[in-house]
Ligand binder design. Structure first.
Ligand SMILES: Cc1cc2nc3c(=O)[nH]c(=O)nc-3n(C[C@H](O)[C@H](O)[C@H](O)COP(=O)(O)O)c2cc1C
Length: 249
């Protein structure tokens, strides 16, 4: 029988939680710092061990070291941000110039043809379409699981991190793939930046445990109406994105 003590390794848990809690986003880095090659390898070693649907490991990481490539990637996001501002989307967009300050930059890519490794029919039917949609989600969840391991490894080394989404943006694909020699079939999913922060980082608001979990049955007190969700977006979103947790009303 399994020994209970084997599952009570509190010191190990505490060490993990120290890393989990201290993983904090920064959107501007100290550009004078150089990330040692070994650190990229340690971070990607963590990404390598992630779980994935069918153990397909549908990820590929392109380490970006050239300042001109970082600048070109920053240029794309700054342009995209201007475009979004014109659409009046009201999303509190950060300053993407910060991308070019990142001492560590890794582009996260994935080949969507790996969806064939998941439950799909491949007969062009409506049912196949539904399975395929699900397969894409499995793929993206898998890539996110691996990316998260990498972010935690960077946090464990003492760095701050920045997770920037590129997936779903046609123009992002067109702008970035040629810079990185990424083949047509492969999509850029995210940009992962890390390094020492330009300014002291701050811990953002996180929901309490009882807000995110229920025991045995969904706690109805945690249900939010659409109006409540919209009100949160209007009143709280920008605070929780850009303020220290102690400064959220
Ligand atoms: C899937 C995902 C996509 C994200 N995309 C962006 C992004 O495009 N731009 C950005 O500035 N931050 C992005 N973030 C970072 C979040 O804004 C950040 O994690 C959140 O505000 C919580 O802050 P914390 O990371 O310090 O806990 C993303 C995070 C995740 C997990």
């Amino acid at each position: 029988m399994a020994q209970a003590a084997a599952f009570d390794q509190r010191a190990r848990y505490d060490a993990l939680m120290d890393v989990v809690r201290s993983r904090m986003t920064t959107r501007q880095f100290d550009p004078s710092y150089t990330v040692p090659r070994e650190h990229y390898e340690l971070i990607l070693e963590a990404a390598r061990h992630a779980p994935s649907g069918a153990n397909a490991q549908p990820w590929h990481y392109v380490v970006v070291t050239k300042p001109e490539t970082k600048k070109a990637i920053a240029d794309y996001f700054v342009d995209e941000q201007r475009h979004r501002a014109k659409l009046k989307m009201k999303f509190p967009t950060p300053n993407y110039r910060g991308l070019e300050t990142a001492p560590g930059m890794i582009v996260v890519a994935s080949d969507f043809r790996w969806t064939r490794a998941f439950p799909v029919l491949l007969d062009g039917s409506e049912l196949d379409r539904q399975y395929h949609e699900n397969a894409e989600r499995i793929l993206l969840q898998s890539v996110a699981a691996s990316t998260m391991s990498a972010h935690l490894a960077a946090a464990a080394l003492g760095y701050n991190v920045w997770w920037v989404t590129a997936i779903g943006q046609e123009n992002a694909q067109k702008a970035m793939k040629p810079l990185l020699g990424i083949p047509d079939e492969i999509a850029v999913i995210d940009i992962f930046c890390f390094g020492p922060p330009a300014k002291p980082p701050y811990k953002r608001w996180k929901k309490d445990l009882d807000e995110i979990a229920s025991w045995d049955r969904f706690d109805p007190r945690q249900y939010r109406s659409l109006a409540q969700i919209d009100a949160w977006i209007q009143e709280k979103r920008s605070q929780v994105m850009y303020r220290d947790e102690s400064k959220v009303d």
